[in-house]
Design a protein around this ligand. Sequence first.
Ligand SMILES: [Zn+2]
Length: 158
Amino acid sequence: MKYIWTPWRMKYIQENIKTSDCIFCQALSQPDGTDNLVLFRGEVVFAILNRYPYTSGHVMVVPRLHKPVLEELDAVIRAEIMELTTKCITVLRAVYHPEGFNIGMNIGAIAGAGIADHVHMHIVPRWAGDTSFMSTLGQTRVLPESLADTYQRILNAW
Ligand SMILES: [Zn+2]
C-alpha cells in the first residue's frame, strides 16, 4: 500500500483497513459457515480456517480486537489465544492424526504476516514429507480435500 504519511492520512488508512480490507474483521461481520470459514467464536477470540492453507486443517486463532501486535492486547485476551490454540490442537489431532504441528505468529509484514494489521496465531498440522511434496509443486498447493470438507470435519469434532 502506497501513501504519503500525515497524521490524518494515517488515521484514515487504519480505519479503512479495519472496515473494508481486513479479512478477519470482515469474517466476524458475516454469518458463520463455509463462506467466512469461522469455526468458533469465543468472547474475545475466534478460530477460522485459513483460505489458503499450508496443509489441510490449517487453522488460525484471532482476537476479536483489530490490533497488529500482542502487546496491544490485554493479558486475558493473550491467555484466551493460547487456550483456543490448545483446543484447536486437540480437535485437529482427533480429525487428522498429524505427526506434529507448527504453531506461531508472524508479527509485521517483514516477518511474513499476510494480514499484518490484525495479529493471529497459525496452527498448521504436519506430516512427514508434506514440505517436500509441496515444494515440488512450487506455488501450487494441492490438498487432499476441499475447504468445505475441512470446515465440516473440524466442526463435527469440535
Ligand atoms: Zn481486523
